[in-house]
Write a protein that binds this ligand. Structure first.
Ligand code: AMX
Length: 433
C-alpha cells in the first residue's frame, strides 16, 4: 500500500528526532498550569503533541502547515470540480506532503477495494429503536465492526511494538472506506423510508457519499468533499480528537477509539452544535415568517442570551477570529446560492451576532466557528434533517483522528495518564503563595 510505504520511509528519521528530543531535552519546561486552568477545562494547557494540524488563534487551522485556502488550491481535484479528492487529503494528513493526482487516486482506489460494508452492520442498525439518534447509530456501526480489527488480532498474537502502526493503518483504511455507505445508509434508513441507493464504484469517496445520499444536484458532490476536508482535523485538544487519542493510548483499536471519539462529538458544545445551529436559524426564520430585519435578529439573539442559552455556531475555545472553515463554506454559498433564504439568514447572523456577543462581553471569541454555516448549505441541497449533520462531521473527523492514532502508534506514544489533585491540595498550594 502506497501510504504504508510513504510512512515507513519517514519512520527512522521521525523516531530518531523524537528520541533525541526526549532524551536530551526531556526536562525542558513548555508551560505552567494554573488552578484556573485545572478548573477551567484545561484550556491552553500544553500537554499534547501532533504534527498533523495546528490551530493558530488568529489564523485558524493549518493541516501539515497548509492553510485552508492553500489546500483548496493545491490538493488534486476531480476534473472540473472545485473541491479536492478526500483521498488526497488523507495522503496529506498521513504522509505530510501534497500528493500528486496519481497518489491521491491511489488512496481513493485503496478505499474502493475495502468499501464493502458487511451485512451484519446494517442488521444491527435496523434492530435499534426507531427514535435512536443518527449519531448513536453511527457510533454503534463503528463499534460493532471492532470484531474485525486486525490490530486487536495481531496484538494478541504478539506483534512487536514497532509494528503496531501497520495494522492500525489497515484498520483505519478499512473503517474509512466503509464510512460513506454507512452514513448514507443511516440517512436513507431513517429519513427516506429505507430506500437505499447503491454505491457507484466509478465515483470518488466524497462524491459516492453525495450520490448515496440521493441529492441530485451535482454541486453537492463538491460540497461533500469540501465538508469532509474542512471538518477532518483541528489539532489534538478538542473533545473528539483527544478522546480518540486517549482511548487508543490504552492500545484499544481504531474501532473502539473512533466510536468513543464520535460519542464526544455528539455533545452540543462540540459537533452537535451544527444541528443546534440550524435549529436556532430556523427558530428565527419561523418566528418572523422569513428572513427577519437586522433589528429583529438583534433582539432574538439577546433573547437567547438572556434566557441563559448560548448562540450555537459562535465562539471557540482556541480561535479568536472568524474560523477559516466558516469562510470556505460561506464563500461556497455566496458563489452558488446567495439568494437562498436560510443562507441569507446565516449571512445576516454573521453580520449581527458578533456585535451582540461583544456587547454582552462574556465570550472570549465572538466570531463564527465551522458550525455557524454548514447546516445552511446542507439545507439548500435538501438535506434538511439536521439531526444527521453530526454524522457527516463524524465521517470527516475520523480522517483526522485516525491519522493521529496511526502516528501515535508509529512513534510509540504511551498510555495517557494525567495526574489529578484534590481541592484541598489545590487550596494548600494556593495558601503558600
Ligand atoms: N453564546 C453565548 N455565550 C457564549 C458563547 C456563545 N456562542 N460562547 C461563549 N459564551 C460564554 C460561555 O458560555 C462562558 O459563559 P460562562 O462564563 O457563563 O460559563 C463565557 O462566554 C466564556 O466562554 P469562552 O471562554 O469564550 O468559551 P469556552 O472556551 O468556554 O467554550 C465554546 C467554547 C465553543 C464551547 C463556546 O464558545 C460555546 O458554547 N459556543 C456555542 C456552541 C458552539 O458553537 N460549539 C461548537 C464549537 C466548535 C465545534 O467543536 N464544533
Amino acid at each position: 500500500m502506497l501510504l504504508k510505504e510513504r510512512i515507513q520511509a519517514q519512520l527512522p528519521e521521525w523516531r530518531e528526532r523524537v528520541r533525541k528530543l526526549v532524551k536530551e531535552k526531556g526536562d525542558v519546561k513548555v508551560g505552567e498550569v494554573t488552578i484556573g486552568q485545572i478548573y477551567g477545562g484545561m484550556r491552553d494547557v500544553r500537554g499534547l503533541v501532533t504534527d498533523i494540524s495546528y490551530v493558530d488563534p488568529v489564523e485558524g487551522i493549518r493541516f501539515r502547515g497548509y492553510t485552508i485556502p492553500e489546500l483548496l488550491e493545491k490538493l488534486p481535484k476531480p476534473e472540473g470540480s472545485e473541491a479536492p479528492y478526500v483521498g488526497g487529503l488523507y495522503y496529506l494528513l498521513l504522509v505530510g506532503s501534497i500528493p500528486t493526482l496519481d497518489e491521491a487516486l491511489a488512496v481513493e482506489e485503496e478505499w474502493k477495494t475495502r468499501s464493502k460494508v458487511p451485512a451484519y452492520v446494517f442488521d444491527v442498525l435496523r434492530a435499534l429503536p426507531e427514535d435512536v439518534h443518527p449519531v448513536t447509530m453511527f457510533s454503534t456501526a463503528i463499534l460493532v465492526m471492532q470484531r474485525e480489527s486486525l490490530f486487536a488480532r495481531e496484538y494478541h498474537a504478539g506483534i512487536k511494538k514497532d509494528a503496531y502502526w501497520e495494522p492500525m493503518l489497515e484498520d483505519s483504511m478499512n473503517l474509512i472506506a466503509r464510512l460513506p455507505e454507512i452514513a448514507a445508509f443511516i440517512y436513507r434508513f431513517k429519513y427516506k423510508g429505507g430506500e437505499l441507493i447503491p454505491s457507484d464504484p466509478k465515483l470518488d469517496w466524497g462524491s459516492n457519499f453525495a450520490h448515496m445520499m440521493g441529492v441530485a444536484d451535482a454541486k453537492y458532490r463538491d460540497l461533500s468533499r469540501l465538508y469532509f476536508l474542512l471538518h477532518s482535523d483541528h489539532e489534538s485538544g478538542n473533545v473528539s480528537a483527544h478522546t480518540t487519542h486517549l482511548v487508543a493510548s490504552s492500545l484499544s483499536d481504531i474501532f473502539y477509539a473512533a466510536s468513543a471519539g464520535i460519542d464526544g462529538l455528539a455533545g452540543p458544545l462540540h459537533g452537535l452544535a451544527n444541528q443546534e445551529c440550524l435549529g436556532w436559524l430556523l427558530g428565527v426564520y419561523n418566528k418572523y415568517n422569513g428572513v427577519p430585519s437586522r433589528e429583529e435578529l438583534h433582539r432574538y439573539a439577546w433573547d437567547t442570551l438572556n434566557s441563559g442559552q448560548v448562540i450555537p455556531g459562535y465562539g471557540h475555545a482556541v480561535l479568536r477570529k472568524t474560523d477559516p472553515r466558516f469562510t470556505a463554506q460561506y464563500d461556497f454559498g455566496m458563489k452558488h446560492f446567495p439568494q437562498d433564504d436560510v443562507f441569507k439568514l446565516a449571512a445576516m447572523v454573521y453580520d449581527v451576532v458578533p456585535s451582540v456577543l461583544l456587547e454582552q462581553g462574556k465570550a472570549k471569541d465572538p466570531w463564527p466557528n465551522v458550525d455557524a454555516i454548514s447546516g445552511a448549505l446542507q439545507y439548500h441541497y435538501g438535506v434538511t434533517e439536521f439531526d444527521f449533520y453530526t454524522v457527516m462531521f463524524g465521517v470527516s473527523r475520523i480522517l483526522g483522528v485516525s491519522a493521529n492514532v496511526i502516528w501515535d502508534r508509529a512513534l510509540g506514544q504511551p498510555i495517557e495518564r494525567a495526574k489529578s489533585l484534590t481541592t484541598a491540595m489545590l487550596e494548600a498550594i494556593a495558601a503558600k503563595v
